[in-house]
Design a protein around this ligand. Structure first.
Ligand SMILES: NC(=O)c1ccc[n+]([C@@H]2O[C@H](COP(=O)([O-])OP(=O)(O)OC[C@H]3O[C@@H](n4cnc5c(N)ncnc54)[C@H](OP(=O)(O)O)[C@@H]3O)[C@@H](O)[C@H]2O)c1
Length: 330
């Protein structure tokens, strides 16, 4: 089969289209003929070696397709079923992928497999960020970084739907219209590219929009470049949800900083811990797929790339050029 393989840690050009053996499913796994694979920031962390992953590996933890073969212990699924997944394993950037049956989600018939591949990882993440890591409500103000990005557009829509005040950041003026279309008022959109200094420039903007108090919660997937501004933008006893490191991982820091900024809470969550049981996974997936199917949640596919062009997809994501979700098609 054709697959993207990463032989050793490296940049986006380490993604190589390769002819490789088609894998076989284990007893409680299925083999899926992949229609589309979602591209996620975690794929770049693994490719570059920031997250430990054995090499060589086939990247990709998300996709959609049709079941080709079942392991002997799999029940509840049949050959030909349309499925999607957000897996803790890799292997989705390929014509065929092995997926644990426990991580399979039925792909609703009214969604194309292209769209179904774009939903699980970022959609379920946005769901747990806004409902569970911090439960947003109408009394909350939320600072949301990279609001035109994949996770960011979904978090922004769910925050607005929860009635929260949204203060959304974008890295450049080209992304402002995208966030405005989601319903964020113009004065709630902060272009980080226009600030002389992010760490000192952003917190006063957030305070000005929150009657001097600061935000109740900050959703920070940028990490190293934004973390100081995140702490300084929160109100007393506010919550920093540090869910990624698109600019690099946050350096070790002194917990006294949480004290100094007003008894802050800090969480560094990951999706696996919020979909740890089959019931949690199903409940989140059903809610998110239903919201996309009925139009309440828009998943904007910002780029479709043939499998062979996976390098360009990673370059788009890492250069801050992309908006919305990127997918590879087979
Ligand atoms: N913990 C979890 O469960 C979980 C699950 C899924 C994703 N994530 C995290 O969520 C974050 C967003 O992921 P995504 O796939 O949706 O990506 P994305 O937001 O579409 O792309 C990353 C965005 O981060 C911003 N950014 C700021 N500084 C950057 C830098 N130096 N390099 C690259 N990007 C930079 C850019 O937006 P601007 O230019 O607008 O600033 C860029 O578009 C990532 O940190 C990812 O690891 C976490």
């Amino acid at each position: 089969m054709r697959a993207i393989v990463v032989n050793r840690p490296g940049g986006a050009t380490a993604l190589r289209l390769t002819e490789t053996d088609t894998p076989g499913p284990g007893p409680d796994q299925v083999l899926v003929k992949v229609t589309a694979a979602g591209v996620n920031f975690i794929d770049t962390y693994r490719r570059s070696g920031v997250y430990r992953t054995p090499f060589p590996h086939i990247p990709g933890s998300e996709g959609a397709g049709e079941i080709e073969a079942l392991g002997p212990e799999v029940s509840g699924f049949a050959v030909g079923d349309r499925v999607a997944w957000a897996s803790s394993a890799t292997g989705s950037y390929a014509e065929y992928a092995v997926v644990d049956a426990a991580q399979l989600l039925p792909a609703p018939l009214n969604l194309t497999l292209d769209l179904a591949a774009a939903i699980p990882l970022q959609g379920l993440t946005a769901d747990y960020l806004t409902r569970s890591a911090y439960r947003l409500g109408p009394a909350d103000s939320a600072l949301i970084y990279a609001a035109a990005g994949g996770v960011g557009q979904l978090v922004t829509q769910l925050a607005l739907a929860a009635g929260a005040q949204v203060i959304a950041t974008v890295g450049s003026g080209a992304k402002i219209a995208t966030v405005a279309e989601l319903g964020v008022p113009d004065d709630g959109i902060v272009n980080l590219g226009a600030l002389a200094d992010l760490t000192t420039g952003l917190p006063p903007r957030v305070r000005a929009l929150t009657a001097g108090e600061g935000a109740h919660v900050a959703y920070d997937g940028i990490g190293r470049d934004t973390f100081a501004a995140t702490l300084a933008s929160l109100r007393r006893r506010g919550t920093a949800v540090l869910y990624g490191g698109a600019s690099g991982q946050v350096e070790p820091f002194d917990p006294q900083e949480l004290n100094a900024h007003g008894s802050l809470y800090l969480t560094r969550p990951k999706l696996d811990d919020y979909t740890a049981t089959p019931a949690q996974l199903r409940e989140r997936a059903e809610r998110v797929f239903a919201a996309v199917a009925n139009g309440a949640l828009k998943v904007a596919i910002g780029g479709r790339f043939p499998l062979a062009d996976a390098t360009f997809a990673h370059q788009a994501l890492e250069s801050r050029a992309s908006q919305g979700k990127l997918v590879l098609y087979l």
